[in-house]
Design a protein around this ligand. Structure first.
Ligand code: HEC
Ligand code: HEC
Length: 408
């Protein structure tokens, strides 16, 4: 074999090796946006740099169409997709509360309180896995779990589907979009997912800056960015387009005191432990949310949560899986102390705390610069009017029924 013939083979092998490494990386982090991050990783071997946000991935089996997106929007705001028709998606993801719920724990289904902080819908389309502990692999799978979950929508598939069938406006739209004579509940989740994929924000000051508009950030924010990438070490986990590596860490967030003081919150917490298959001993002794532990039941995963994006956070306070911090200043102080709150409390699973979290030694001015930079991850607030809801009507009128009987 001549040299000329060998060379392309070697190139092919080299390319294949890089591809395999990328694929391995992708399975580890499960990242939907890791394609580009990977390129950055191989080039410089540190964490991928912050990057402008591209278009969200669209699954080939749930293409975006205007009619589907419009249907999904109405369904997102319709509380009839839930148990007693009181609690729909927008109930806990209010557009004017950052498409989330502005309390530490989210509100719950009537008679309950949720056990985690409500996440924003903005940019949720980019995550390879949704929820604080990454328990679902897509928005299509996320929606039913929310609409049916005991402390969320608490709905039943068959009754929710029957309601849709009794709403002529929905029958018409489902037929138009999915070609079915009657609405199918699975298609409702697909439409909602399509709507959620339109709720993205890609024109923040940071995006503009990274795309070349050097005036998009203030001098203070530029200094904050240097801290973010350097002394404060935030970039180690909050990196790439989403400012999230989509990996799971225990960063030291202390348990929410509400579990010690609020009976209803305690009921939810015990229920969730039980429902997620906690061991008998764990059920009796666990004092805090084990998070990612529920995925593989590995003790070393207790207290780990998915790195959240920092985008849109100007509108989504309070922060962390249990909403324990109400301001960015509190968050930065928490990191600066090495993962401790102002009372010196840290995670209930301290043995799992990430080695990357340690005292940062930031001065007051540096903390201010960092907080100023964190604001650059958010653009304008994205508000939306609630759409008009189509009304119930019987499947057929009395006259139609009599006419049909006469025909027989
Ligand atoms: C009772 C309140 C409540 C209702 C109702 C509710 N959610 Fe949520 N949502 C939450 C909370 C709390 C979380 C975080 C839960 C967790 O991680 O365990 C969440 C998480 C999510 C996420 C994940 C975002 C991310 O960053 O991964 C999406 C998407 C979402 N909800 C969409 C919906 C949709 C669609 C519906 C309606 C079908 C809905 N939610 C109904 C409270 C609610
Ligand atoms: C070791 C990885 C890691 C590092 C380093 C890190 N974070 Fe985080 N960050 C996380 C994880 C994981 C969470 C969610 C933790 C939880 O809820 O328990 C989080 C949560 C946050 C939140 C809350 C976002 C929300 O939507 O609730 C903010 C803000 C934040 N981090 C900012 C920073 C800043 C600023 C720095 C640098 C000083 C930093 N992070 C360093 C992993 C990290």
């Amino acid at each position: 074999m001549s040299i000329k013939k060998i060379a392309p083979t070697l190139v092919a092998v080299a390319v294949a090796t890089v591809l395999t490494a990328c694929q391995a990386q992708e399975t580890k982090t499960g990242s939907a946006v890791s394609g580009k991050s990977m390129a950055a990783k191989t080039a410089q071997s540190g964490p991928p740099p912050l990057a402008p946000l591209g278009a969200p991935p669209i699954p080939p089996d749930n293409k975006q169409t205007p009619a589907k997106i419009e249907l999904g929007k109405i369904l997102f705001f319709d509380p009839r997709l839930g148990g007693d028709a009181s609690t729909g998606c927008s109930t806990c993801h209010e557009p004017d509360q950052g498409w989330a719920w502005a309390e530490d724990f989210s509100r719950g289904y009537p008679g309950t309180v949720h056990w985690r902080n409500s996440q924003t819908i903005i940019n949720s389309a980019y995550y390879a896995r949704n929820f604080w502990a990454g328990s679902v692999p897509s928005l299509e799978k996320q929606a039913p779990s929310a609409a049916k979950g005991g402390v969320a929508g608490n709905g039943e598939n068959d009754i929710m589907e029957s309601r849709l069938a009794l709403i002529p406006g929905y029958r018409k739209r489902f037929k138009e979009v999915f070609g079915t004579e009657w609405p199918l509940i699975g298609d409702a989740w697909r439409a909602i997912a399509a709507f959620e994929r339109t709720l993205v924000q890609r024109d923040t000051p940071l995006d503009k800056y990274l795309l070349g508009d050097k005036n998009a950030l203030t001098e203070q924010q530029v200094q904050g960015m240097a801290l973010f990438n350097g002394k404060a070490g935030c970039i180690q986990c909050h990196n790439g387009e989403l400012a999230s590596d989509q990996d799971y860490y225990n960063i030291g967030v202390p348990p929410n005191k509400r579990w010690e003081e609020d009976g209803l919150a305690q009921v939810t917490f015990r229920f969730e432990l039980y429902a997620k298959g906690m061991t008998e001993e764990g059920y009796r002794t666990t004092k805090a949310d084990p998070g990612f532990y529920f995925r593989g039941k590995n003790t070393w995963d207790k207290g780990k949560f998915r790195t959240p994006s920092l985008r849109y956070t100007a509108f989504t306070a309070p922060y962390m899986h249990n909403g324990i911090f109400y301001t960015m200043e509190d968050v930065v102080d928490f990191y600066n102390r090495g993962g401790f709150d102002e009372d010196g409390r840290t995670t209930a699973f301290a043995e799992n705390k990430s080695k990357l979290i340690k005292p940062l030694g930031l001065t007051d001015e540096e903390k201010e610069n960092l907080v100023a930079f964190l604001e650059a991850f958010s653009g304008e607030e994205m508000l939306m009017e609630k759409p008009a809801m189509p009304e119930y009507a019987p499947l057929f009128t009395r006259a139609e029924l009599e006419a049909a009987q006469e025909e027989k």
